[in-house]
Write a protein that binds this ligand. Structure first.
Ligand SMILES: Cc1cc2nc3c(=O)[nH]c(=O)nc-3n(C[C@H](O)[C@H](O)[C@H](O)COP(=O)(O)OP(=O)(O)OC[C@H]3O[C@@H](n4cnc5c(N)ncnc54)[C@H](O)[C@@H]3O)c2cc1C
Ligand SMILES: Cc1cc2nc3c(=O)[nH]c(=O)nc-3n(C[C@H](O)[C@H](O)[C@H](O)COP(=O)(O)O)c2cc1C
Length: 501
């Protein structure tokens, strides 16, 4: 009994010694690393805005986009403590949550706090992107800012918030903290791509006569040299009011729409200028000030459904009908009142987080409704790689949900044709009707063992479509069937990609 007691005491003493040595080692590391003077830019971005800002800062500072710009999930507390100045560019996603490439960081901050680690030597600023129409405006930026403060990191500026960031209408020098010391020449050099004019060349209703919100396939051709984009990228479209809406507004406010006005080097009638402007219910602005005071309509983002090599930019648009039965502005512009042959202004947004590097891995494509757009782009990229570049590509399984199960509907014809010519496996669900499975997440449960087998063979899961409803349910179902840890690991390996909105 006595020898057992001595043994246990010895083990406990040894364990305590290990912990003390480990803590001393960490403290020593702290002192050594505090002298590092480098700048690091860390981003957390779902649809590419925060990454664009991070990259532009890096270019202007002559930093390397490869090594000095990191997704937040790749930043450990250990690494952070080695950097003297850090710029965090963080967007908020979901309901006040982190984007997928930043969702592990708050736990690291909490753990560091539990371990009484301090980051006194770290100086930082946070640029937080968000949209004030969401209840938790810039919540994730605030969370990280508060976490860093709690660890005693030193803020170099107040938290900077950007509401509904639009690269074209934002002066870069207005949004970056002063300590970055970027001069305007450097900033101008890093200006992003400008907008292009796209001609509407094709429109097909994919679910006619259904009584459902329309799902419409749109084909756009670029005037001039076609810009390059990849599967996973977005296009930000400048919507226009219908002619009817503008005419009614002019009548109501007693303005002469035929009056020619000059603005920013162009001249056209007032009625043409107002197509792209917000038209408030009440307006007391004199006609001479209308063009400087009425804001442009906000751009809307759309997943691109094709790849550059298809020579046509394809979109799949759901016509949004609101509770008061009115239609959404951009979706009705694209699916109705923009005429074939008319021009549409649109800017491509590269979303690195959605790019798949290795087409040889199998892929499980999951989505519903307009989410087919992002899934089709991934299929198009692989098909091009196989047919035109003779590359080996991994198997493709499309799990897709729409509303009605009618084989005559163009949407279903498109799906069957994909199955016949491009993809290996198609699983469809229809929410209206008595059949089961009803939703894509039901397929994920029913086929969970097949999904696990695909994952064991290296498959990527790519989800595209609405976040509320489909995206959230798919995410929860994957947590339930695969486990949170597996899903986190897949995300870190770029094998669980969410292109959801
Ligand atoms: C990353 C991403 C990808 C998307 N991909 C697709 C797709 O492939 N297919 C598809 O059908 N839809 C897609 N959407 C949704 C699309 O962007 C539009 O929200 C949808 O078409 C409805 O727009 P609307 O103009 O018709 O409706 P509206 O109700 O007029 O506007 C919808 C939203 O636009 C914003 N908005 C409106 N007015 C303003 C304003 N004055 N200032 C700032 N913001 C304003 C608000 O967020 C509003 O909720 C995507 C969205 C995102 C974020
Ligand atoms: C599905 C979705 C959810 C969002 N949720 C929030 C939110 O809760 N709070 C907020 O301030 N902004 C929210 N936003 C707005 C984004 O933060 C904003 O569009 C930002 O510019 C996106 O930056 P990113 O492209 O780097 O992801 C949301 C945007 C989307 C598409």
């Amino acid at each position: 009994m006595e020898s057992l007691y001595i043994m246990v005491t010895a083990i406990v003493a040894w364990l305590i010694l290990c912990v003390v040595m480990w803590r001393l080692h960490r403290a020593k590391q702290h002192i050594n690393i505090a002298t590092d003077a480098s700048v690091l830019i860390v981003y957390s971005s779902q649809t590419g805005n925060a990454l664009t800002i991070a990259n532009r800062c890096a270019q202007a500072l002559n930093l390397s986009e490869m090594s000095d710009v990191l997704p937040l999930n790749n930043l450990s507390i250990e690494h952070l403590s080695r950097i003297k100045k850090v710029l965090f560019v963080l967007s908020t996603y979901g309901d006040g949550e982190a984007p997928d490439n930043g969702n592990l960081f708050n736990d690291r901050l909490t753990q560091a706090l539990d371990e009484s680690i301090t980051l006194e030597q770290v100086n930082y600023s946070v640029i937080a992107l968000g949209d004030s129409s969401y209840p938790d405006f810039c919540a994730f930026g605030h969370q990280v800012n508060n976490g860093l403060k709690a660890l005693k990191a030193q803020p170099l500026s107040e938290l900077i918030t950007l509401d509904n960031y639009d690269e074209e209408t934002t002066r870069f020098s207005d949004i970056i903290p002063a300590w970055l010391d970027l001069n305007n020449t450097q900033i101008d050099k890093t200006q992003g791509n400008s907008s292009y004019n796209w001609q509407l060349v094709e429109r097909e209703v994919l679910n006619p006569n259904c009584g459902d919100e329309l799902l419409v396939k749109i084909g756009l051709k670029c005037l001039g040299a076609t810009p390059i984009w990849q599967a996973g990228d977005l296009i930000d479209i400048q919507p226009r009011n219908s002619v009817e809406i503008v005419e009614n507004w002019l009548l109501k406010h007693v303005f002469d729409g035929s009056l020619w006005l000059a603005h920013q080097g162009h001249q056209q009638p007032l009625s043409a200028w107002l197509l792209e402007r917000e038209l408030p219910e009440k307006c007391y602005i004199p006609v001479s000030d209308l063009l400087t005071q009425l804001p442009y309509l906000a751009k809307r983002s759309y997943s691109i459904a094709s790849v550059t090599e298809n020579k046509q930019l394809e979109l799949i648009i759901r016509l949004l009908q609101k509770d008061d039965k009115s239609f959404g502005l951009a979706s009705s512009f694209l699916s109705h009142h923009c005429k074939i042959g008319e021009l549409i202004e649109g800017k491509i947004r590269s979303v690195k987080a959605h790019h798949i590097i290795n087409n040889t891995q199998p892929i499980i494509l999951i989505g519903s409704g307009s989410g087919l757009a992002g899934l089709k782009a991934q299929i198009a990229a692989r098909t091009y790689a196989q047919q035109s570049l003779n590359e080996n590509i991994g198997a493709m399984w499309l799990i897709y949900g729409e509303r009605r199960n009618d084989s005559q509907l163009p949407i279903n014809q498109h799906l069957f044709s994909l199955k016949d010519t491009q993809i290996d496996k198609l699983s469809c669900t229809y929410s209206q009707g008595n059949n089961y499975p009803k939703y894509v997440q039901d397929i994920l449960v029913a086929d969970q063992y097949i999904i696990k087998k695909w994952l064991d063979e290296g498959a990527i899961i790519y989800v595209c479509g609405c976040l509320s409803g489909m995206g959230e349910s798919v995410h929860q179902t994957l947590i339930d069937t695969l486990g949170q840890k597996t899903l986190d690991d897949l995300q870190q390996e770029q094998r669980y990609i969410r292109d959801v909105y």
